[in-house]
Ligand binder design. Structure first.
Ligand code: XMP
Length: 317
């Protein structure tokens, strides 16, 4: 019978056998899969696992620092790479969602490649690929294959000649969480909502700038922290905020304002393929809306997205 303990024991033994004294590099994303893969590999080969965590400037507020701390707390050998400016400059002036995704993917591969080269003797690339990703990448061609390949760092140039090691590629998401729990990975990481690889870059509709990122990070933080404080976070599959490329008229004192609009989105789902909007309590939405408008300079209107997927998607871009 499959148990997370037996999986961990068997996999660690297999990895030791397979990897010996070889060095492995792995890109951490802050998400569940890459984190569990890293801890499992670390258990097998210790300091021969080199983890790279890139700050693309499109993460949630304080995410880079706090996730890096958690990883260090888990004993991982992890290098945090601040590449914010590279991403912002590649994104400058780009408004088309696919152009933005490509730009973000390209800079990510460049940064990852540059950092990987510093681990001169690395022979392997570790990846957090799980079973549904395996099925999807053989059966689906098109946008979602691209999504997964970016997410799992599949786009590394061939000349790097790294072999791929994917310790989770027989598991489903719930099994990955159980394995993570057995490995003492904090709930803060295991219970995390899915978050797209291009991050806030595809939640800022239109062109992305550091200023817009800063605004959206504040809005998103108020929303996500509010969900946690009200015990709603775990009842929602994914949530976030979008910064819309329109301004709206408002009033403050006797002044007319002309400022930004944000949309909040919270969905229930099993696998992201279909989704429904979550009927969050009106009182909660009222409180969050007030907090956003009072605290985030430059935003004067909040709307809540009540579309299901299909025909809408979860992200707006
Ligand atoms: P959609 O918007 O297609 O999203 O309904 C379904 C799930 O996929 C995530 N998503 C992405 N993940 N790179 C990713 O790594 C992407 O470009 C991307 N686009 C959407 C989305 O957050 C949701 O969980």
């Amino acid at each position: 019978d499959w148990t997370p303990e037996s999986f961990v024991d068997a996999t660690v033994a297999e990895l030791k056998e397979k990897l010996g004294d070889d060095e492995v590099i792995l890109g951490l994303s802050g998400g569940v899969d890459s984190s569990v893969a890293a801890v499992l590999l670390h258990k097998a080969i210790g300091k021969n696992l080199y983890c790279i965590f890139v700050d693309n400037g499109l993460l949630r507020k304080n995410e880079f620092e706090s996730v890096l701390e958690s990883y260090k707390g888990l004993g991982l050998n992890v290098k945090g790479v601040d590449s914010k400016e590279l991403f912002y400059s590649e994104l400058e002036g780009k408004t088309d969602p696919e152009d933005k995704r490509k730009a973000i993917g390209k800079v990510f591969v460049d940064v990852f490649e540059m950092e990987s080269k510093k681990v001169e003797n690395a022979k392997w690339l570790g990846q957090g690929t799980i079973y549904p990703d395996v099925i999807e990448s053989v059966s689906v061609k098109g946008p979602s294959a691209t999504i997964k390949s970016h997410h799992n760092v599949g786009g590394l140039p061939d000349y790097m000649k790294l072999k791929v090691v994917e310790p989770l590629n027989t598991l489903f998401k719930d099994e990955v969480r159980l394995v993570g729990k057995t490995l003492n990975i904090p709930d803060e990481i295991l219970g995390r909502h899915p978050f797209p690889g291009p991050g806030l870059g595809i939640r800022i509709l239109g062109d992305v700038t550091a200023e817009k990122v800063a605004i959206l990070q504040e809005v998103d933080h108020i929303f996500i922290q509010g969900l946690k404080d009200h015990g709603l976070y775990d009842q929602v599959w994914q949530a976030g905020a979008m910064l819309l490329p329109v301004q709206s008229v408002g009033v403050m004192g006797d002044e007319r304002t002309y400022e930004k609009v944000v949309a909040l989105r919270a969905v229930s789902s099993l696998d992201g393929m279909t989704a429904d909007w979550v009927h969050l309590p009106y009182e909660f939405l009222a409180e969050i809306s007030n907090n956003i408008i009072n605290r985030v300079k430059g935003v004067n209107r909040v709307v809540y997205d009540i579309s299901s997927k299909p025909p809408a998607t979860i992200e707006w871009e």
